[in-house]
Design a protein around this ligand. Sequence first.
Ligand SMILES: C[S@@+](CC[C@H](N)C(=O)[O-])C[C@H]1O[C@@H](n2cnc3c(N)ncnc32)[C@H](O)[C@@H]1O
Length: 396
Amino acid sequence: MSAIIPEVFLKRGKERAMLNRHPWVFSGAVAKQPDGVEMGDIVCLKESDGKRVGYGFYAPNTQIVCKVFEFTANECILDSDYWKNKLCRAIELRKQYVLNAETDACRLVFSEADYLPGLIVDQYGDVIVLQVLTRGMEKLLDVFVSSLHSCDYKHIYIRTKDATERMEGVHGNSHWIGDKPTAPILMREHGMTLEVDVEQGQKTGMFLDQRENRHLVRHYSKGKTVLNAFAYTGGFTVSALMGGATAVDSVDISEDALACCDRNVARNTYASPPVHKSVRTDCFDYLRSTQTAYDLIVLDPPAFAKNSKAMDAAARGYKDLNLIAFRNLRPSGILFTFSCSRSIDKELFRKIVFSAASDAGRNVRILHQLTQPIDHPINICHPEGEYLKGLVLFVE
Ligand SMILES: C[S@@+](CC[C@H](N)C(=O)[O-])C[C@H]1O[C@@H](n2cnc3c(N)ncnc32)[C@H](O)[C@@H]1O
């Protein structure tokens, strides 16, 4: 098989990133576009002197022209066992450190971080959601599906992104492999039972990356009034109620998400108004107009900066949001504030929140600096994979 793998030569002097195991090869680093290579084909990467450096998926006529899945000087047999082993190694990490009797949902494969660029695999109980982001991974779909079946996962849903968000020539549409579950899909997270809509929900159904941060909220909630802003399906809400919050308001723009949030609250805590209230509105409007001051506020907005061009507007958005949150916090309040914008790094985020605190005239102490959990690991050679940052603040 490896004998027919096309070769791609890197330009002399442009090999450094690849030798540093960065998984992206930019088009400017390639000496000559290989002939007859189609979108998603596997290629063997070579230094200008012909030394093999690895294998990757090729994407002709794109900026990131190759996504590398193997760094090696040796020849590799890229058969189904190769891919199955890679998948199993990623799953093993989660089985060892994330999944347990209290938690049966997590990200099993996180793309470049697991040396499987373009592949996302999420587990929700006995349901797997598999998302391919590149044509290269799409071509291997059958191999991954049969490997997951052999690991005893019952239901597999292939979820493709909307046409507008698709990258690199992914063709297929979302569909179930085998039976679709007949009952609502439920997952367990640190003892909470949460409903997940893997077909219509955001991401693959749940923001799995906030699992440990949701758990931390429980620790701070006892006896507190809480605002969960950008609540989605209420993971932070349920966690706060389970931690002993006296009242929680969940605010989100999505009606479906809030309906699910109400069901999740009922399922776990039996709380009903006034202890728990869902409010469907824009969080900026809510924070500007509400007369309620809270003991604890969670701000978990969607990414304001989708790319580096949108950074200035995003920075203003984060500053406004944090400023109005500070104004709605009681003395000795706690703020959990997050950003999942990739182009706003943790230093910049901290500066933005500092600037909001300063404008609000509040004394603020950082209690925790938060990030993504271990099932969303950061490949040390691929800092672009670090995206979630959060601060827990004590606000006088
Ligand atoms: C990052 S998700 C929140 C995830 C949630 N914290 C959790 O743990 O599952 C962002 C949420 O913000 C909501 N949203 C986006 N823009 C909004 C706005 N301007 N006002 C209120 N909600 C908004 C989306 O519907 C989505 O549910």
